[in-house]
Design a protein around this ligand. Structure first.
Ligand code: NAD
Ligand code: TYD
Length: 354
């Protein structure tokens, strides 16, 4: 079996759901259920004996040690993190605690477990750390996309904390020989994406008749990947990635934010037209920019493609259509995540930007 952390969040839940349809192996899912973790994402697994959910913190060494010793997983995949740049600007502390201290403690627990295994099991174990392209900083127009050898230049408390965790993972391989793999992926989108991030926020605000807040000029570029493609890349790296290596994962879909918002509006115009017949585009509102906003991310995914034969299955057009349709079909999921805490966050982040 495998141990997944953060498997009640956006990417982790998609990974768990996909894994259980594609493999016979069971999953232990350790998640602290922060505001971003949601057991409804895993509701379809109720009664599935191959999925065991444990509520707990990756920084709880005793808990992690007991899970490792009890279940003896052959792999640990670390999705658990604080993941939202704007929240890291308002309050970096949780990012330091989970992304740096939490990853450190998780590594310590896994190292202790791994040290006690037989030689064969030691060689077979994998610690796969899920990270982001944001650790590389911001690209200028025309600069080549991020390769795995690109210098780390994180600019936000979020990306700095993820960069620190990547360095710890690297050091545990270099110093102790822990068999690690690291993936650095571009922006994901798809089902179960918490509506604090650009794409789901635009969909839910549009449907609620609220403004669509575009930061600054909306010309910041991200490289978008459908979440199921990220999951397939992680499965492939786990299966065949070389120990100690880093693999960049991306969709070759560089787009300015404003184009993303236009695409969402066009799909909603088609699939769920406004009662007054006007386009959702009329709701777009340019608001004050994010502090230290990275201008452009782009991933060079040639290593994973050439070495491991991985390629995304979705284009942006197919992926965004599926995503918008999923939000239209799952409006009760959306209303359930829009708790009082969610509303308080929206007020904090957008008040004063207009
Ligand atoms: P998310 O915020 O949706 O989910 C994070 C999950 O981790 C939640 O379920 C939360 O409850 C859990 N968690 C948080 N702190 C924890 C702790 N201390 N112990 C145990 N569980 C904890 O994040 P996501 O978008 O699914 O991202 C998952 C991973 O992928 C993160 O490491 C993130 O840095 C990385 N990543 C995300 C993207 C993206 O576009 N979302 C892109 C590249 C990489
Ligand atoms: P986000 O989804 O927060 O991901 P990240 O910052 O990790 O790339 O934001 C994606 C892009 O969208 C980023 O350039 C910031 C921008 N953005 C907006 O313009 N308005 C918004 O309300 C949000 C949340 C993001």
């Amino acid at each position: 079996m495998i141990l997944v952390t953060g498997g009640a969040g956006f990417i982790g839940a998609n990974f768990v759901l996909d894994w259980l349809t594609q493999s016979d192996e069971a999953i232990i899912n350790l998640d602290a259920l922060t505001y971003a973790g949601n057991l409804q994402n895993l509701a379809s697994l109720q009664g599935n004996t191959r999925h065991t959910f444990i509520r707990g913190n990756i920084g709880d060494v005793n808990l992690v040690a007991s899970l490792l010793n009890k279940y003896e997983p052959r792999a640990v995949i670390n999705f658990a993190a604080e993941s939202h740049v704007d929240r890291s600007i308002h309050g970096p502390e949780d990012f330091i605690q989970t992304n740096i201290v939490g990853t450190f403690r998780l590594l310590e627990a896994v190292r202790a477990y791994w040290s006690g295994l037989s030689n064969e099991a030691r060689q077979g174990l994998r610690f796969l750390h899920v990270s982001t392209d944001e650790v590389y900083g911001s690209l200028a127009k025309g600069e080549p996309a991020f390769s795995e050898t690109r210098r780390y230049e994180p600019n936000s408390p979020y990306s700095a904390s993820k960069a620190a965790s990547d360095h710890l993972v690297r050091a545990y391989h270099h110093t102790y020989g822990l068999p690690v793999l690291t993936t650095n992926c571009s922006n994901n989108y798809g089902p179960y994406h918490f509506p604090e991030k650009l794409i789901p926020l635009m969909i839910v605000n549009a449907l609620a008749g609220k403004p669509l807040p575009v930061y600054g000029d909306g010309q910041q570029i991200r490289d978008w990947l459908y979440v199921k493609d990220h999951c397939s890349a992680i499965r492939r790296v786990l299966e065949a990635g070389r120990v100690g290596e880093v693999y960049n994962i991306g969709g070759c879909n560089e787009k300015p934010n404003i184009e993303i918002v236009h695409a969402v509006c066009a799909l909603l115009d088609e699939l769920c037209p406004r009662p007054d017949g006007r386009s959702y585009r009329g709701q777009i509102a340019h608001v004050a920019d994010r502090s230290g906003h990275d201008r452009r991310y782009a991933i060079d995914a040639s290593k994973i493609e050439h070495e491991l034969g991985w390629k995304p299955a979705e284009t942006f057009e197919t992926g965004i259509r599926k995503t918008v349709q999923w939000y239209l079909d799952n409006q009760s999921w959306v209303s359930n995540v829009q708790s009082g805490a969610y509303r308080a966050w929206v007020e904090k982040n957008y008040q004063g930007r207009v």
